[in-house]
Design a binder for this molecule. Structure first.
Ligand code: PEP
Length: 254
């Protein structure tokens, strides 16, 4: 833990689930145990949000996986922060690499969406991360700088932002970053926030790691100084694995 906030674990269910599987997962999550000082968030698809909000235990917070860049209105197919707030949600994941690559979301667009969601009263899990090609060609820090600047140029207050470092080569591949690789980049992001935003923001902002986190590797990653939690994809669909990940920091502290 390098930040002053609670350990933070978010499960990104991506475009997965049926009414039946979501109801089973919620039931299992409701009987999972984790320390009360861990912030645990689940992010179902838009269509499953109302069910999850109504049925998940209040120890969990619920997040959307995306939202519109402006106010509600004539934007066919889009879901605005107002809709999410109306459902009782506080959180939204923005800038996930799948959206950056498949839907060509630029750094500027992700920054605009972050600013809009924050201005409307939401909290944002803002994702950044490099591809393998960018890492291997020495572009990693330039890429991260651009992604961070896209956000920092558009927001003044970081209180409701969690930064998720998700190396693209580790997402859904089973190829997790080593704890040292994760720590190196998390420390870089923390220094970037101190230098380019404010030391106070650097000390308070949770920087979480995502990319093939599971019940076997989470405790070692959580032991790294600047790893303040996780954004979990695949393993968040298995309640038992997700519960172990939610307990990863307690295991380190024990
Ligand atoms: C993610 O998509 O945010 C993610 C980290 O996925 P996975 O855990 O499956 O690699």
């Amino acid at each position: 833990m390098g930040s002053s906030g609670n350990f933070f674990v978010a499960g990104n269910w991506k475009s997965n689930g049926t009414k039946e599987s979501v109801s089973k997962l919620v039931k299992e999550l409701n009987s999972s145990k984790f320390p009360s000082d861990v912030d645990v968030i689940v992010a179902p698809t838009f269509v499953h949000l109302p069910y999850v909000v109504d049925n998940i235990d209040s120890r969990y917070q619920v997040s959307a996986q995306n939202c519109w860049v402006g106010k509600a209105g004539a934007y066919t197919g889009e879901v605005a922060p107002e809709h999410l707030l109306d459902l009782g949600l506080q959180w939204v994941i923005l800038g996930h690499s799948e959206r950056r690559s498949l839907l060509k979301e630029s750094n500027e667009f992700v920054g605009d969406k972050t600013a809009n969601a924050l201005a409307q009263g939401m909290k944002v899990i803002a994702c950044i991360g490099e591809t393998l090609e960018q890492r291997e060609s020495g572009q990693m820090y330039n890429v991260l700088d651009g992604q961070l600047s896209g956000i920092a140029d558009r927001i003044a207050d970081w209180e409701n932002v969690v930064v998720a470092y998700e190396p693209v080569w580790a997402i859904g591949t089973g190829k997790v970053a080593t704890p040292d690789q994760a720590q190196e980049v998390h420390a870089y992001i923390r220094k970037w926030l101190a230098d380019k935003v404010l030391p106070k923001v650097s000390g308070a902002t949770r920087i979480i790691y995502g990319g093939s986190v599971n019940d076997k590797n989470s405790a070692e990653l959580a032991g790294k100084e600047d790893v303040d939690g996780f954004l979990v994809g695949g393993a968040s669909l298995q309640a038992a694995s997700f519960a172990t990940i939610c307990n990863a920091n307690a295991k380190v502290a024990a």
